[in-house]
Design a protein around this ligand. Structure first.
Ligand SMILES: [Zn+2]
Length: 381
């Protein structure tokens, strides 16, 4: 197998697959193994290259942003990303380029902070760009590797993109090439410093700790000016801010070992279906219709087969996923919370860290509220 792009070692440890199938970042269940391996030298986790999905994955049928911006839940999340980025950089850019912009909903949120800036974005998904945010924003179908020759920006951002790339150093080098000399580059991606949900998305080629991102930036001729952790409500993400420098650096920033943690974590996900099954009985309604519900569908199929419907607050509302017809989560109907009888089992299908809070609220209405955060996070929550 190939040498590690962070430390150069060629010794990889195979990690447990949580199931025979896996989930993609648009919540589709994919008929491929997760196929994670971990570098014995630096703890970098990646997908086994022989199992890689490849860039064509996003060109067509990728459902995450194949709809016009404006969905309330999506925009609230993008507003939070925009606040984090605007405050984190403390910068007033003149020209902003968002690489991997989806339908432009983040650019739309950033406009509130920088009303005078010229906004541009590109994304490999034709559906996302076709549905994208207009209003004077230049959007096109493409990736970092084929940016138009006339494009340059003093703020280049890439939010939750680098972990999908096959060659992150080439990706950063391409972004650097369109960055104006005094400009800033903002990279946001899952924080892999502790094992978490980001490991479970089949199209995440890599899981990076902060040290890994720092090393990649310096390899690509960028100096890291700062790093920060996302607001907890967004999940567990990291932001690195960089600017151009003249030299590249070869030396890797030492990263803490994590083989045991990551192995234990994926092993817990492998056992989730068997361990959660005894907690549920009869007819089940899942509270949640996002990534956590998708993870249950992909990695706890026996439990999921007893779920009759999904619900969230404030229904009726159409699901934001292109794959899902309005009012459905995959094969299941979405039903209003008020219509669920109090004696039905309510399975909490939100992110593990949010489950205790949501369960407490649901317990006021439902006799049987089932959580599973302890099964995947152990004593951590
Ligand atoms: Zn390594």
């Amino acid at each position: 197998m190939t040498a590690c792009l962070v430390c150069g070692e060629s010794k990889w440890i195979s990690l447990p697959d949580p199931g025979p199938r896996s989930m993609a970042s648009d919540w589709r269940v994919v008929d491929e193994r997760l196929a994670r391996v971990l570098c014995a030298g630096c703890g970098l986790v990646r997908r086994d290259p022989t199992a890689s999905t490849g860039a064509s994955f996003y060109a067509s049928g990728y459902g995450l942003y194949g709809h016009p911006p404006g969905d309330a839940r999506e925009q609230a999340r993008q507003d939070e990303y925009a606040r984090w980025i605007a405050h984190g950089t403390g910068y007033r850019p003149r020209r902003v380029l968002d690489v991997g912009c989806g339908n432009g909903s983040l650019l739309r949120a950033l406009r509130a902070h920088w009303p005078d800036a010229e906004l541009m974005g590109c994304d490999p998904s034709r559906e996302s760009i076709a549905e994208g945010f207009g209003d004077g924003v230049r959007l096109w179908t493409g990736t970092a590797s084929n940016l138009p020759g006339d494009v340059s920006a003093d703020l280049v951002i890439a939010v939750n993109v680098i972990e999908h790339t096959i060659d992150p150093i080439a990706f950063l080098t391409d972004l650097r090439a369109v960055l104006q000399p005094d400009g800033l580059l903002v990279i946001v991606c899952p924080d892999g410093g502790r094992p978490g949900l980001d490991l479970l998305f089949v199209d995440h080629v890599f899981s990076f700790s902060r040290e890994h991102v720092g090393t990649l930036l310096s390899r690509a001729g960028l100096q890291r000016l700062g790093a920060s952790q996302s607001p907890r409500s967004l999940g567990t993400f990291q932001m690195a801010i960089g600017r151009r420098r003249d030299a590249t650096q070869k030396k890797a920033i030492p990263a803490p070992p994590r083989a045991e943690d990551v192995t234990t974590y994926l092993e817990r996900w492998r056992q989730l279906d068997d361990r959660l099954h005894p907690r549920v009985q009869g007819s089940i309604v899942c509270f949640g219709a996002g990534e956590a519900a998708g993870l249950l569908r992909a990695y706890a199929p026996r439990v999921w087969s007893s779920v009759r419907a999904c619900t969230v607050d404030g229904l009726p509302a159409a699901s934001a996923k292109a794959e899902e017809s309005p009012g459905r989560f995959g094969e299941l109907p979405m039903i209003p919370l008020e219509s669920v009888p109090p004696d039905e089992t309510m399975l909490v299908g939100v992110r593990p860290a949010d489950q205790p809070r949501v369960a407490e609220r649901l317990a006021a209405r439902f006799r049987r509220v089932v959580t599973w955060y302890d099964l995947v996070d152990g004593e951590r929550v």
